[in-house]
Write a new protein. Sequence first.
Length: 460
Amino acid sequence: MSRPLPSRRLVLRAAATAPLAMTGALTLGTGTAHAADSAYVMGYFTESPNGTGTDYGLHLAVSKDSLNWTPLNQNNPVVTPTEGALGLRDPFILRKQDGTFVVLATDLKGTDWSYVSQYVHVWNSTDLRTFTGYHRLRLHDMDTHCWAPEAFWDAGRGQYALIYSAVNSSGHNVIMVNHTTDFVTVSAPQVFFDPGYDVIDGDMAVGVNGVNYLYFKKDQTLVGARSTSLDPGSFTVFSTPAAHGGTEAPTLVKSLTAGTWYLWGDTYTPNGVFYAWQSSDLSAGTWTALDQKTYTQPVNSKHCGITTITATQYDNLVATWGAPAWNRLKSYNYPARYVRHSDFVGRIDEYPFDPYTDSQWKLVPGLADSSGVSFQSVNYPTRYLRHYDYQLRLDVNDGTSAFAADATFHRTAGLADASWSSFRSYNNPTRYIRHYDYALRVDPVSTATEQQDATFRVGY
């Protein structure tokens, strides 16, 4: 949901007793990962600390491992709502019974928590490259907002369950549900989960060894409930809470190559940082925090939804929308920090920050040696990262051979981890880019700590 729990309390006017909207076509299928799936797609919106990276359209990223993500369309939206608040939050992507997709999202642009919408945004898509059938779907006639919609296939009913957060007649947040066959007509709303205290942001894992799991936000933590049924009111809380500061927006992801489950959570302080946990047994209800070295969220991403896709779908999405023309560099031993320039000085700072474009680089052929690499600034494209008195700074390319040499580096296997990268100076070949007291330098590297300081992950 990516919002604080409301201090105001909204009152139900009357529960709907008849289906809402118009009748549409029936869709059938499993709604779960297909055997051929080998990749993942994430839907999200974006916010950054001072708003320079904020956009309330649907953004997409893809991943082969569900941990490190490639934003598509240069991290720009692929579709934006044209009704309601003219913006979205909390997008969720479901592969339907027939193999096509439906996208659901909260109807809200920005952070006007007083805005009340009884609707959610809906798109259909055969391939997440084109989006059709856009409409807003009305879920109830209550005086309360629909937050963080998600959906899953309920085989026993032969329908999809569409769950979302709303305020009930007792004045606290619960998880509601409507059932549908087509995301055009929905049944009357019911309370799906109400443990007697505020809960928001429901996310489901259905049919795991005969058990269904619901993860949600309670206070500032992510908590799980389970049931052998998908009936409203059947879920019982069982898990140990997972949290990193104020955490919300739980997202359960199953590894496609192992028995591992991942739990993603989104913090709203600081702005928009994802954390992840893992478990080898969903039924245990306990989670181990992942080292931030192992995962990287799309820049400025907020409240994501993740689903599995095939290798062909992955390739087609990248071919259609394009991978970024820039990279970010993550520090190996301070993985919350990224290489950036600040006041034209090279350093590593903790994500998130603005301007976020300070951390985006085009890795171009080396100015002095095309077999090397030079770091061209995205937001100051006439400037390159170069060393001067062994300190790294962002300077305008003056066209001299001295500048070209200072701005050229040879990319090598990471000195602390060969799957990462290190960068050796072209004209001072005994020295590598490393951070020292968070400032970037070129220094000789020998100790284990220095090797870690000189190791970076080139990603997005």
